[in-house]
Ligand binder design. Structure first.
Ligand code: 6PG
Length: 488
């Protein structure tokens, strides 16, 4: 063990402990700190025994144990606990010391902390970490942003412990971790990762539902479909674990069927949706995925409504194998839309906050280690490598071709779901976005007329240059005064 530690990790919940063990396994010496010291003691006596890990029982001893510039990584609950710990650290920090927040923090908090610590000469890093317990231990995806002066000091540790992607020689050398951008950019990208995670999970659940309720398939039959999808463009960690989950039996029956259908959520999907509303980006699929969890939570109301409100009988008379192929296309089409929307949100944030982001590099950070890891991300990287300023992923030739191939099946599935009363909020919202995005003339002309009719909100005209606004006295009763224009 080195005389001084390379980094300290604060917070010995499972993510913190596993990150420390991961760092130690890569040759770094780590100081472990926790609010209650007995957790440190039991960690040192247990999982950390005989590893290059030391404990600290006070902030002073934690800081004294570190080589300069001192790097302190917080793995504590996001929000106030992060601010509280920074307050405790501040009187003891020197200029150039680095504070890293590895929790699921709100990006606005990381924007604020980068600025306020920066004024004091402290370098702040807001790093999204994904991959759950196992990822933290064996190689997570890490998305760091904040003060760029911190990056050269943090980079060797983060890139050593992160998951790796194969390079052109087939060697696992490319780290799923790179500098994302200034201030809260890292936590923003992690937030969108989580939103996409919500979307991917809900898309899979909708596929499961229609196979179960319209095709009348058993868990084993559905499992076989997911097993097959593992070999297709849908191949991903979430498809893999779905196949595992469907195969899991308790007393000879699929455990999944015994699990209550009410979803929990910790809030990162909601933040993504709220941020999209703030930035005016249509993020319909992730929004629907969050609301699908909210609807699932209304279990008692749904049970009552199931007998009170009628819908069509579910009957399927087609060819199951053909429908399942269509369903694969529906999942694929929706997935393309979800990533197109997620990247559009990141692009809008980059422009709003003046972050310089490399979208291909973000795709690679998600390629391994994280919950949304999938082969699909290689194609996203290639799309942005070809056109770094691509307006929308759907315009890339690879994805455009794939959408062309997928849309008939996708439409068949949504038609069948609608006619049979099977709710598929994400896959159908994705199709509406796809159709809306490729419609040159939307009905917003009528909407503008309505706004002008009741509130003199004015409209632009197709036969006049953009930026000229007109008001019509639609009823002859209103005046000619228009309301002021403003955008939200
Ligand atoms: C990850 C996950 C993780 C998230 C959980 C739970 O990247 O490792 O995104 O950060 O907290 O998946 O999220 P919900 O409780 O909101 O489903």
């Amino acid at each position: 063990m080195k005389a001084q530690s390379d980094i300290a990790v604060v917070g010995l919940a499972v993510m913190g402990e596993n990150l420390i063990l991961n760092m130690a396994s890569k040759g770094f010496t780590v100081t472990a700190y926790n609010r209650s010291y007995h957790k440190v003691e039991s960690f040192l006596a247990g999982r950390a025994k005989d590893k290059s890990i030391r404990g600290a029982d006070s902030i002073e001893s934690l800081l004294a144990s570190l080589s300069s510039p001192r790097k302190i990584m917080l793995m504590v609950k996001s929000g106030k606990p992060v601010d509280d710990f920074i307050e405790q650290l501040l009187p003891h920090l020197d200029k150039g010391d680095i504070v890293i927040d590895g929790g699921n923090s709100q990006f606005e908090d990381s924007n604020r902390r980068t600025a306020s610590l920066g004024e004091k000469g402290i370098l702040y890093v807001g790093a999204g970490v994904s991959g759950g317990e196992e990822g933290a231990l064996l190689g997570p995806s890490i998305m760091p942003g904040g003060n760029p002066d911190a990056w050269p000091h943090v980079k060797p540790i983060f890139q050593a412990i992160s998951a790796k992607v194969k390079d052109e020689n087939g060697e696992l050398t490319v780290p799923c971790c790179d500098w994302v951008g200034e201030a809260g950019a890292g936590h923003f990208v992690k937030m969108v990762h989580n939103g996409i995670e919500y979307g991917d999970m809900q898309i899979i659940c909708e596929g499961y539902l229609i196979m179960r309720d319209l095709l009348g398939m058993s868990a084993d039959e559905i499992q076989a479909v997911f097993e097959q999808w593992k070999q297709t463009e849908l191949s991903s960690y979430l498809i893999d674990i779905t196949a595992d989950i469907l195969a899991y039996k308790e007393d000879g029956e699929a455990l999944v069927e015994k699990i209550l259908d009410t979803a929990g959520q910790k809030g990162t999907g909601k933040w993504t949706g709220v941020t999209a509303l703030h930035l005016g980006v249509p993020l319909t699929l992730i929004g629907e995925a969050v609301f699908a969890r909210c609807l699932s939570a209304l279990k008692d109301q749904r049970v009552a409504a199931a007998s009170a409100i009628s819908g069509p009988a579910k009957t399927f008379s087609g060819d199951k194998a053909v429908f399942i192929e269509d369903l694969k296309h529906a999942l694929l089409g929706a997935k393309i839309v979800s990533y197109a929307q997620g990247f559009a949100l990141i692009q809008e944030a980059a422009s709003e906050y003046s972050w310089k982001l490399d979208y291909g590099s973000i795709a690679m950070m998600w390629r391994e280690g994280c919950i949304i890891r999938s082969v699909f991300l290689d194609n996203i990287k290639q799309a942005y490598d070809k056109h770094p300023d691509l307006d929308n992923l759907m315009l890339d030739s690879y994805f455009n071709d794939m959408l062309a191939k997928s849309q008939t099946g996708w439409r068949n599935v949504i038609a069948a779901a609608t006619l049979n009363g099977v709710a598929m909020p994400c896959i159908s919202a994705a199709l509406s976005y796809f159709d809306g995005y490729r419609t040159a003339d939307l009905p917003a002309n009528l909407l503008q007329a309505q706004r002008d009719y009741f509130g003199a909100h004015t409209y632009e005209r197709k036969d006049k240059p953009r930026g000229e606004f007109f008001h019509t006295n639609w009823t002859g009763r209103g005046g000619n005064t228009s309301s002021t224009t403003y955008d939200v």
